[in-house]
Each structure stands twice: as C-alpha cells, then as structure tokens.
Ligand binder design. Structure first.
Ligand code: ATP
Length: 250
C-alpha cells in the first residue's frame, strides 16, 4: 500500500493548466523531490497535496484513504508551504502549542521540536520578530507536531540564512524514515535528500526516477532537459511516467 498515491491529478486556472494529469505513488519512508523549471507546477502540485487548493480532477490518497474533503486524513500530513502560515503575534512555542491542541497532541512535544530546529532559546519570542529562516524553522517544527505520516515541503532551501539552511537540511536528513515530498531548485541538496526525483514540465510529470538512476547532482539538469525533449535520459533510466505527451484528460 502506497503511503501517498496521486492519480491523474490536474489543476486548471480557467483555460490555463497548472498541473496536468500527474500520477505517482510514494512508499512509506520514501523521500521524493520534485524538480522543474519556474512555472512547471511544483507549488500547484504541493498545494493540492496539502489541501490548500482543490484539484480540478484526479485523486489523492493517503494509506488508501481519499484526501480531498477528508479532515481526518488531512491530519496525516504535515505542511511547510511558501507562506509560513504562523500566527505572527504569538511566540514560537505558542504557535506550536496551538497546533498541538488542534490535533489533540501532548504539548510537551513542542519544546523538543523547538530544540530540533535550533530555536529552544527563542521559543518565548514572538514570531513577528523572526527572520525568514527562523520562521521557516518554526513552520517545520509545527508541521511535525502531530507526527504526520507524510511531510510536504515547498522549497525547503530557498532564501535561507546559513544557520537555517544547515538546520533544515539536517532535520530533513534525520526524517529519513518518514514519507517526504519536497520541491526544490537546489539540485545539490535535493539530490542528497532524495530517494526519488520527479520531473515536472508544463504541469506534466515527464520523469520519475530512482536517485540511483542519476549519476550525480550535476546530471539532474541534463536529465531534466532530456526528459523535457521526450527522450529517455542517459544513462538509461526507468521513466515510470511514460512519454512527455501523456497527460490527463481535460
Ligand atoms: N492562482 C493561479 N492563477 C492562475 N495561474 C496560476 C495560479 N497559480 C499558479 N498558476 C500557474 O500555474 C503554473 C504553475 O505554477 P507553479 O507556481 O505551480 O509553478 P512552480 O513550478 O512552483 O514555479 P516556481 O518554481 O516559479 O515556484 C504557472 O503557469 C502559473 O502561472
């Protein structure tokens, strides 16, 4: 049974297609990184998985239960989105405790998580005074409060100071037993983190490769370009998504 299953998922913005017939399964404990050019559909895809946006078509299941419109299943997901979605006037600890109460979780996990993201000493400070990197770390801690089966992270490494970057990188590395789905432009770090790399182009999944099929981080871009041209990448790789022009129905 796949931990996260996405079937023929599409999102239309009027006549414009943001995500087009995307399908993939993630096994429990797998980390997948989605890579694609600007406008390829990464954020749109993650927002649908995070229930922040309703799919136009298709299905998302977590442990075989349908996600859309199902609050109980939504709680199996932790989300770090572009917007940190924190309460700016609350302290870091209060933000985490609020989330713990929402999910009926023992609040004692909050201090452990602040420690995990390197903010134990700043827990009593209001988030409004935090840098972008610190807010992102609080957002990551909050996403983990309810011990979700699946963590979604949109652009974990973008716009961060070095301290936040190293800390987030190390937390994600330590989450290796969890199912993680992240988008990134950071090929080097994304490659280090991933078991699987999904390639999006113009909303379509043009490749879905085990990381072992890609020689190194430098080859990710080259692989992407080959897949966008509709060719199998070199060296020979398994492209489970099929040819680039196989999309969903409209
Ligand atoms: N709310 C919206 N209304 C209309 N079009 C949208 C909306 N959100 C996204 N799009 C379009 O959908 C496509 C996919 O956008 P998306 O933001 O998901 O791409 P992305 O891969 O995350 O890009 P980036 O790397 O720049 O963040 C783009 O063409 C974008 O302009």
């Amino acid at each position: 049974m796949a931990a996260l299953s996405v079937s023929n998922l599409s999102k239309y913005f009027g006549a414009h297609v943001g995500v087009d017939g995307v399908s993939f399964d993630l096994e429990s404990g797998e980390t997948a990184v989605v890579f694609g050019a600007n406008g390829a559909g990464k954020t749109t895809l993650i927002r649908m998985l995070a229930s922040l946006s309703r799919p136009s078509e298709g299905e998302i299941t977590i442990d075989d239960d349908s996600l859309v419109g199902n609050a109980a299943i939504r709680s199996k997901i932790g989300v770090v989105a572009h917007e940190t979605m924190l309460y700016e006037e609350l302290t870091a600890r209060e933000n985490l405790r609020f989330h713990a109460r929402l999910h009926g979780v023992d609040e004692s996990v909050c201090d452990d998580l602040l420690e995990t993201v390197g903010l134990a000493a700043r827990g009593s400070e209001r988030v409004s005074g935090f840098s972008h990197g610190m807010s992102k770390r609080v957002s990551l801690a909050r996403a983990l409060v309810h011990d979700p089966a699946v963590l979604l992270f949109d652009e974990p490494y973008t716009g961060l100071d070095q301290t936040s970057l190293s800390r987030i990188e190390s937390v994600l590395t330590d989450l290796k037993d969890r199912t993680v789905f992240a988008s990134t432009h950071d090929l080097e770090r994304g490659f280090e983190l991933a078991d699987r790399v999904l390639f999006l182009n113009d909303g379509r999944l043009v490749g879905d490769l085990e990381v072992e099929a890609i020689p190194d981080a430098a080859a990710v871009e080259e692989t992407y370009e080959a897949l966008c041209r509709g060719r199998p990448a070199e060296p020979a790789v398994v492209d489970r998504a099929g040819p680039a022009d196989s999309g969903g129905t409209r």
